[in-house]
Design a protein. Structure first.
Length: 130
C-alpha cells in the first residue's frame, strides 16, 4: 500500500467517522436537524473526496511530518467547528424551550388576571347588594 492509498484511507475513515458521530448526536438530540444535514453532507463530501481523488506524488511537495501537521490542523478545525455547531444547536433548543415556557406562563398570567377581575366584580357586586 502506497502513501497515497494510506492518505485516501485516512480521508475515507475520517468521513465515515464524522458521519457516524453526526448521526449519533442526532439520535441523542445533541444537535438540531439543519446542523446534522450540513455535517452529513460534509462527511459525504469527505468520503467522496477520499474515494475519487488519487494523490500521486504528493510526497514530492510535502513531507511526512508536514502531512502530519496538516492532518492535526485539519482535525482541530473540524473538531472546533463541530463543537461550536453542537453548542449553537443546544442553545437553539434551549431557546425554543424557553420560548414555549414563556408562552405558557403568559397564558396562565392572562387566565389569572381574568379570574382576579371576575372575583373583583363578584366582590363589588356582593358589597353593593349588602
Amino acid at each position: 500500500m502506497g502513501s497515497g492509498d494510506l492518505l485516501r484511507l485516512i480521508v475515507i475513515l475520517t468521513g465515515v467517522f464524522l458521519l457516524f458521530i453526526t448521526l449519533s448526536s442526532l439520535a441523542k438530540r445533541k444537535m438540531t436537524e439543519p446542523f446534522v444535514l450540513t455535517w452529513g453532507l460534509i462527511s459525504v463530501i469527505i468520503v467522496l473526496g477520499g474515494v475519487l481523488l488519487r494523490p500521486t506524488e504528493w510526497n514530492r511537495y510535502i513531507s511526512g511530518t508536514g502531512l502530519l501537521l496538516v492532518g492535526l490542523i485539519s482535525f482541530c478545525v473540524i473538531f472546533g467547528t463541530y463543537f461550536i455547531s453542537a453548542r449553537v444547536s443546544e442553545l437553539m433548543r434551549r431557546n425554543m424551550e424557553l420560548a414555549m415556557e414563556l408562552s405558557l406562563m403568559k397564558q396562565e398570567s392572562e387566565e389569572m388576571k381574568e379570574q382576579l377581575e371576575r372575583l373583583r366584580k363578584a366582590m363589588e357586586q356582593k358589597d353593593t347588594d349588602q
